[in-house]
Ligand binder design. Structure first.
Ligand code: ATP
Ligand code: MG
Length: 220
């Protein structure tokens, strides 16, 4: 992540859009070598999906999306966008911390998952190649972000959209604001995320990095 225009379009599209009916999957087998795909897609009667986000932090909306995707695919790659950013108000947690949140939250999910860090690349025209260079091969990408959808489609990757779940509160921005304001953020995230935030003293961190110097003297 992230394509350059990520911040706008990713949050503008809020209307729930159901998964398309036409869910093509790769159906191939060793007994039918003509259908076996090489060098870019999965094979052997299984489907692998790709879902990208910054996951700052991984919250119950993300979890609901993953649970929905689980009905659709055998394996799922979670691309951790802006992987190279951390310790900022918008991206407080490191890629490693987000991997912990995701791995522990999905431990009981009936789905093979891989969390793959994707560093920012300020060049949309080659962004899909960048993603593919870091990820296990995947058959279908899940996104509601118009720019992400467009980039994947132009690259010939099938894209499916997921509904939005309780978006009024299940949003990373809302969770982070509640963390800063000593609000009730815990109900918005899986229990495992509460444990990780506790382990890394995440509330203290986000409080410090969102605090403006009151006297303007950085050395004070
Ligand atoms: P932020 O407010 O920091 O942008 P976010 O909640 O949008 O956080 P992202 O990591 O930016 O989380 O989003 C990853 C993907 O998850 C995006 O495609 C976004 O549309 C989707 N998503 C986020 N929240 C929900 C939700 N409540 N229901 C369904 N999809 C969601
Ligand atoms: Mg977002």
């Amino acid at each position: 992540m992230r394509p350059i225009a990520d911040t706008g379009p990713i949050d503008r599209l809020r209307a729930p859009i159901g998964l398309p009916e036409n869910r093509s999957t790769v159906r191939s087998s060793q007994s039918d070598p003509a259908t076996l795909k090489h060098g870019g897609r999965t094979s052997l009667d299984m489907t692998r999906g790709f879902y990208i986000g910054r996951f700052q932090p991984f919250h119950n909306g993300h979890l609901s999306v993953v649970e929905q995707i689980a009905d659709d695919v055998d394996e799922l790659v979670l691309g951790i966008g802006s992987a190279d950013d951390s310790h900022t108000v918008r991206n407080p947690f490191t890629a490693g911390e987000r991997i912990m949140m995701i791995t522990k939250s999905l431990v009981d999910t009936d789905l093979v998952t891989y969390a793959v860090p994707i560093e920012d690349l300020e060049r949309n025209s080659v962004w899909v190649s960048h993603v593919q260079s870091m990820s296990p091969d995947f058959d279908v990408a899940y996104s509601n972000n118009p720019l992400v959808i467009q980039l994947f489609r132009e690259a010939g990757v099938e894209v499916r959209q997921s509904p939005m779940f309780n978006r009024e509160v299940l949003a990373g921005t809302e969770v982070r604001e509640r963390m800063v304001d000593d609000g009730d953020w815990e109900p918005l995230v899986p229990e495992a995320v509460v444990d990780v935030v506790d382990e890394i003293d995440g509330i203290e961190r986000i409080g410090m990095i969102s605090d403006n110097d009151s006297d303007g003297d950085w050395a004070a």
